[in-house]
Structures are given as C-alpha cells and as structure tokens.
Design a protein. Sequence first.
Length: 542
Amino acid sequence: MARSCFSILQRVTLVLVLATAFLGGPAQAQSDSPAELISRLAGADFRETERIVEALAATGDPAVAPVLEALGEGDLFYRRSDNAVFIARRGGAGYLLTDPLTGADAGEAGRREVTKVRVNNSLRRAVRSAIGTLTLQSPDPGVRMAAAEAVLKSRDPEAIGSLDAAIGREQNERVRTVMERARAAAVLNSDASDADKIAAAQTIAEKSDQEARAILMAASNGASAQLGEALAYAVRQVERDLAMWSAAQNVWYGLSLGSVLLLAAIGLAITFGVMGVINMAHGEMVMIGAYVTYVVQEIIRNHAPFLFDLSLLIALPLAFVTAGAVGMAIERGIIRFLYGRPLETLLATWGLSLILQQVVRSLFGPTNQEVGAPSWMSGAFELGGLTLTYGRVWIIVFALAVFAVLVLVLRHTSFGLQMRAVTQNRRMASSMGIRTNWTDALTFGLGSGIAGVAGVALSQIDNVSPNLGQSYIIDSFLVVVFGGVGNLWGTLVGALSLGVLNKFLEPYAGAVLGKILVLVFIILFIQKRPRGLFALKGRAVE
C-alpha cells in the first residue's frame, strides 16, 4: 500500500514538472527582456540563436535593431570570461567593445578574449526577416514607411510574411499603401502562383511611375503566357498614366516659366505701351532688383541672421524703390530727349545697359553671387504624379499677386486713369490738363520698379550675375508684342501661353530650336494680328 501511494506521488510530481515546463516555459520566454535574450546568445547553437532572434523581433523594441544588424554582419561577440555580449569593431591589436543596447563604450578586448556569435546563411535570412518585422512594426510611422520603401526597392520575397503582419496592424493609410505595394513587388519576385502575381501586378500598376514600370518589366522575364499578357497590359496602363502626368508636368513647367516671363515683361508692357520706348536696359532693372536682394541677404547674414527667412520680404520694397528711382533717372536724363526717335532710343538704352552691367561688375565682381532661399521656399511636394517645388509655387503666386495689384492701381487710382488716358490719346490727355511728361516719368519708374521686384523673384531660380537681365529681355519683348502692346491682360495670357508652348516644344526640338520655332510662330501671328492678342482701343493708338 505504501509502495502504491509512493508510485502515485511520483506520477503527480512528474505531471506537475511537465506542466510547469510546458506552461511556464513560454511565459518565461515571453517575459525575458531584450538584455536577457541578448545574453543568451553567448555560446548558443544556430537553432537556439534563431529562436532568440525571433524573440528579439517579437519584443518590438527598436533598440534591438542594431544588435540584429551586428549579428547579421558578424560583428556580435561574447567575452569568454563572463559570457557578456558586445558589438565589437576591430581597433588596434584587438576589438573596441560597445554595449549592444545602449551603444555605450565598453572598453577593449584582445582577440583571444572574445568569441564571435556564429551565423550561417539560414540565420542571416532570419535576421533580415526579424529586422524587417521590427522596423515594419515600429511605433514611428517614418520608420515604418522607410522599411516598406526598402522592401519595395529590394523586392525580397522573404519579407512577405513580415509585410502581411504589418499591413494587418497598420492604421496610417499612406504607410499601408506603400506596404501593400512593397508586398506586391515581393510577390512578383517570388515563386507565387500566376493568379497571385497578376493581382500583385495590378497593385503595382496603380503607382504609375517609372519604378512601377521597372518592377513590372523585370517580372516579365520568364513569365508564363497568361502572366506575361497581364504584365504587358499593366505596363501599358502605367505608360498611359506616365504620358498623362508628363503632359501635366510640362504644363506646370510652362506655367512656372510663364510666370517668370510675366514678371520680367509686365514692367516692359507698361513703358513700351504708354511711351512706345524700346528700352533695351529694362533687363538691367531686373538685375538691379536681384543685386538688391543679394545685398539685403549679406547684411542680414552678418548682422541679423535670425531675419533670414524674411530677407525676400525686406528686399521687395527696397528693390522696387531702387529700380524705380534708376528708371526715373534714365527717363529724365536720357529718354525724354529721344521721344519719336526709336532707333536712337534703342541704341542709347542698349549702350546704357552695357554701362550698368559694367558698373555692377566693378562693384560686385563678374562672378555669380549667392542668394539663398528662405526655408518656406525650400523643398518640394508631390501632387499625384506631379513634383512641385515650393520655390516655383511661390513665384507663380507672387507673379499673379503683382499682376493683380498692378491691375488695381491702373483701374482704381487717379494715376492709373491718367496713364490710361495718355496711352489711348496723348494729345487729348494733355489738352485735359494731364502733365504727360511727369506721367511718362512715373510710368517709367513704375515699370522699372516692377522689373526690380521681378529680380527679387528671379534671384531664387537663376544665377545672380551682371548678365541676368539679358537672358529675359528678348523673351519679354516677344511676350509684350504677342499679348498686345500696353495691355496687361494680353501680357498675362501671352507670358503663360509662350511658357507652356516652349516647354511642349523642348522635348521634341530642343531648347534652342524650340525658341526659334516660337519666334517663327510669333512672326506669323503678327502678320495676321499686328496689334497682338488684345489690342488697345483709342483714337490715337498707334
């Protein structure tokens, strides 16, 4: 009887031990901290190391990522004396040790004092998968996005499982979209069925960019007939979308170029329209505005760097006043003696432009000057398939704002009324008591001041040099003539139209031949409409 009771007690004890092993073991493993798991890598075999890697990934702690990376690269060692695990780099006669979790310096060790944690190819794959799992489930959306983009580029089929787990938990719509595309790219690069690959091809085709096209083209190699047809259809779909976005991008580039032409030409439209003066020095007013911006930024850099983001706002009124004053001085000192003599006016203003360029070279040197961009004009963003730079966006907004202010001045101020009267009928305006000479001077100053403001904007997209204005003077005249001399709305439509036309011609004809074709088009157009798109009306309009 006693022997029977003893046997029963042995069996109960055995059951309790086994229950503790099976039920308590995993709980203990799950409760292990990253530091405890890392310490168990010392002397572990390949199978045990793989289990520890999986447990480290399951912790979700981003601090273990450097440990896994070091393990995969063969830089994880343990010290023989106490089995402490370190990340070790060669240095001097031995190794420089760092704490695997904190990265703190842990001293040095000789080559015989430490032993490498061994890895094989299977273990390296497990490490890569663990790193992917860890980063794809990071609490930081930026880290998850970067991890998904890395898989999208590598197209590693081993990341499919990690992506599936991450997609199921992802709450951020943008990150989930990138993860789904990364999974589709990995599926196309795997041994999955044709049905799965066809579904993945449609997911990739939704991206509609060059990377999507490259992924689909790479998957076409060695594909079956059914899969090859589906991939070819997806490639055609991507190419159609790319062509559409390319056209939209050209329109955007054309609008941004047109806004630059508008800024450079709008002042010329005023002076040329009101006074009929072919001012070849108008480009130098643009140059003066750009150099005013440079001087303002240099003063701010040296004395008040905290105001740098406001440098353009400070430079705008100064450029307007400076260029406007120079323009009025030119009109009072030279041009008023040459009215009615277009050839002499052209030669005089051309010579004046050379003088102004040389003055600037003497003051600032012949080389390009650095004009920085404020933080609010730096960078870019994507809108669908378009890439829009903040600098270009602000220049378009600024050009339209200058145009709107100028229209308000001409339509709703006494000066604008007098200027329009002089434009339409100079003799009648003089008979009504308008001082046409001062109207001419103020108009010339206004046009030159606007050119100076244009220089502030152009300093953000072009080289600030003595030759800055010469790059835009011919195009400005073309815009004014095409839109209609003296008509602001014609200048706006002409600038934007010629900008878009230039950008659509450049891919096919090149930049130089494209400009020649635009010039030929304008010549033919002027033959049909000598006064441009929007001709001014008046009894004495010439």
